[in-house]
Structure formats: C-alpha cells, structure tokens
Design a protein around this ligand. Structure first.
Ligand code: S3P
Length: 433
C-alpha cells in the first residue's frame, strides 16, 4: 500500500492521537503479572502492542476487550504464567521483545521470542549480557540476534551500569529483577523514559530513584492490580505538530498528550527553534503528566541538539530533521548513533529521503547536519524502509513539497499510528485521495 501526498491545505484542527505505545506495552505486561483484575483504557491498538497482547494471552493470561482501547486483564500474579506452546512473535517491536525477555527470564519454563526481519537484525546482546549475569539461560543467533530462547528460573540480582541510555534495557532488567534474589540496581548515563518505574511504583513495588540510579528495593514484590487511562503518544503527536508548524496558515491542537519530561525533549527543541507552541491544561493522566499541545505555522530557526536531551526525544529525531530543512541556518544533531539500530538505520534513511527531495542533509556517524531553509521537491516516490517513523516523517515532508509524494509500503505505519494516513488525508490534503 502506498500513501499519496498531494496538494496540502492549511488546517485548523483539534485532534487526538492514540495511546502511548511505551505505556501500552508496559500496562499489558504489568497487569498480566498483577494479583487480580486490572482495567486499561486508551490502549494503543496498533501492531506492536497487539503483538504484546497476544503474547500475554499465549502465556495463559485472560484479556477481555470491552470497547475500542478498553480491556480487562485478569492478572495471574508473578509466578503463574504458563509455558507457551509455540514461538512468541513480537513482530516489529523492540520494546516488546526486550521487555518480555526480562519477564520470561523469571519464569520457570522455556520460551522462544522472535520477530520480523527488522527486529531479527536488531542488537539483543544489550539484554543478553546482563540477563546472563543474573543467571538466565538465554540463547540467540550468532552475534546476539533473535530468535531468543530463554530458560528462566532462579535469578540473582545485579548492579548494572548501562553504557547507553536505553529504557528498553532498563525495563527488561527491572522486570527480571522482580524475580531476583536481592536488590537489582541499574545506573543510566542519562535519563531515559521512566514509565516502567512509575508504573511499578504505582502498583505498590518499592523502587528508589536517585541521581541516575534506579533500585528495586522490594525483597518480596507483588504487583497490585490497577486502573489506567493511557495518555496520547507524544511521539505520534510530534508528526501532527510538525505538520501544523510547516503547512502555511495552520493551527493544530493535539489534546491529551503525555508530556513526561523523559519524553518531552522534542517540545523543548521546538521552543528553541522559535516554534509557536503552547502547552495547555497540564494535568496527570494514568500516573503520567499530560497536556494539550497547540502549534501555529512558524518561522523556525536552526538548533544544535546533543547530549542528555537525545534519549528524551530519541524517536523524534527523524521528524526534527524534516523541520530542520525549513529552519533558517545549520541544524546539528550529535550523539544520536542509537538511531542506527532502530527499526531501520534512521540516520541513513531520513538523509536519503530528504536529499531525494532536494534537501541539504549530511549524515555523520552520530547524527546529521542540515542546512535550511530549502524548498522540497515532489514528483517522487520515497521508501518507508520498513520503519513507521520514517514513513510518517517522509509524509509530513511531502505536505510541503512542490508536487506529489508517494510513500511506498506505508502500511508499516500501523506499527504505532494506524489513524495517521486518514488524519493526513482528511485534515491536511485538498481532497480525499
Ligand atoms: C522505548 C524505548 C526507546 C524508544 C522506543 C520505545 C520503550 O528505545 O526508541 O521506541 O518503550 O522503552 P531504547 O530503549 O532502545 O532507546
């Protein structure tokens, strides 16, 4: 399936984005090992999270759907998951595979995790090494690639200093740590998203956070069941905000978006770029800070983005690159080498697509240098690289191109934001295409 972007129009819209992907995964996993019935509203019903949901069912957990995004999960407690009969498929989801590997490490049974071609080429040594130190028997293909086979069992706790700020690795070890003898301690070089810590704490697990260190304190943890309303995904919202900033005479309000500071680096960068952005109606939603975000078409200036902010906006770098093509001056993105091991090599993919459109993007080992503003060319077909965020960032670039832009194999967008093509067609394009 291809998405055709042709003749955009100014948009004055109030929109919502679906539930946060990271929080959706975590709510399914933690409710499955809670002591009883949890209720989830606003679950992201996109491919990645549905894979996690199916895996929890394959582990013997009953999960009932009542309405779109609304589920009851009948948690089995920490120790009553069942050995799955078949291989567990995480699809495209690195979060699913890495978090569930942590969970399976504590189970006294054998299981196998696999995924699509992209996921099978992503590095798993980053979890295999610390999990092995905890005593897990875990096998992979040569080089540390999935499928992963795991024989869980008794675990010892570790004190692990992460070299990279990865919430997936941190969360994997926290989930395994629930099953370990003693206190698991994780150090991070810079703050990464802290949804797991928040959700564990609100489910009654004693967890201590201080200066780059997270410690599971509970010797005998139990997960209390919970009710959660998941806020909208700031990573999905970033594409609509960027569209509102770039398409002339637009004004976009995205309601109910999670703005946890470990995720909101993109909003800080928008501010530095001179974007007309208003953060309204700040409140708590599902134990997370949330707000309504409003943007208006803006003249943007270039920025340098590096250091600790990078993990706090790791998924927004491709759309930042699109914005930078329209900003006055040279935008420099440093310290972003992790983008090379996402669903695709995002530094290379976004450089290729934007340069095809006539942009001036230089790829560095750890980032990008982008000169702007440059008029973007249409009459072009762009690859999705089997990456939802590359597909959506390229589609937003297409909105300001001087001719039609075709996004190839755009169905990959279903990974995180199935409604995106419809929103773009209905709100930002001249006629339904
Ligand atoms: C995620 C963490 C990030 C992010 C991913 C979701 C999570 O990955 O890129 O989209 O839910 O924990 P890393 O932990 O590998 O940086």
């Amino acid at each position: 399936m291809n998405l055709t972007i042709r003749s955009s129009k100014s948009a004055e819209e109030q929109l919502e984005v679906p539930g946060d992907k990271s929080i959706s995964h975590r709510s399914l996993i933690l409710s499955s090992i809670a002591e009883g019935e949890s209720s989830i509203r606003g679950l992201l019903e996109a491919d990645d999270c549905l894979k996690t949901l199916n895996i929890m069912r394959a582990l013997g957990v009953s999960i009932n759907k009542h309405a779109p995004g609304e589920y009851t999960v009948y948690g089995k407690g920490l120790d009553s998951l069942e050995e799955p009969e078949n291989v567990l498929d995480c699809g495209n989801s690195g979060t699913g595979m890495r978090l569930i590997a942590g969970l399976l490490s504590g189970q006294d049974f054998y299981s196998i995790l696999t995924g699509d071609q992209s996921l099978r080429s992503r590095p798993m040594n980053r979890i295999i090494e610390p999990l092995s130190m905890m005593g897990v028997k875990i096998w992979s293909r040569a080089g540390g690639y999935a499928p992963l086979s795991i024989q869980g069992g008794e675990l010892n706790s570790i004190h692990f200093a992460q070299k990279i700020a990865s919430a997936q690795v941190k969360s994997c070890l926290l989930l395994a740590g629930l099953y370990a003898e003693g206190n698991t301690v994780i150090e991070e070089p810079a703050p990464s998203r802290d949804h797991t810590e928040r959700m564990l704490a609100s489910a009654g697990v004693e967890i201590e956070k201080s200066d780059g260190t997270i410690a599971l304190k509970d010797d005998n943890p139990q997960i209390e069941p919970f009710d959660i309303k998941i806020p909208g995904d700031i990573s999905s919202a970033s594409f609509l905000l960027a569209a509102g900033l770039l398409v002339p005479d637009s004004s976009i309000l995205v309601k109910n978006v999670g703005i946890n500071s470990t995720r909101s680096g993109f909003l800080e960068v928008l501010d530095d770029m001179g974007a007309e952005l208003v953060i309204k109606n700040k409140r708590k939603m599902g134990g997370e800070p949330a707000a309504d975000l409003k943007v208006e078409t803006s003249d943007l200036r270039s920025v340098t983005v590096e250091g600790e902010i990078i993990p706090r906006m790791i998924d927004e770098i491709p759309i930042l690159a699109v914005l930078a093509t329209q900003a006055e001056g040279r935008t420099v993105i440093n310290d972003a080498e992790e983008l090379r091991v996402k669903e695709t090599d995002r530094l290379s993919a976004i450089t290729e697509n934007l340069n095809k459109m006539g942009a001036d993007v230089e790829e560095k080992e750890d980032g990008l240098i982008i000169e702007g503003p440059v008029d973007l060319k249409g009459e072009i077909a762009l690859e999705s690289f089997h990456d939802h965020r590359i597909a959506m960032a390229s589609a937003v670039a297409g909105l300001i191109a001087d001719g039609p832009v075709e996004i190839l194999e755009s169905e990959i967008i279903n990974t995180s934001f199935p409604e995106f093509p419809k929103i773009i067609k209905n709100k930002f394009l001249q006629e339904a295409e």
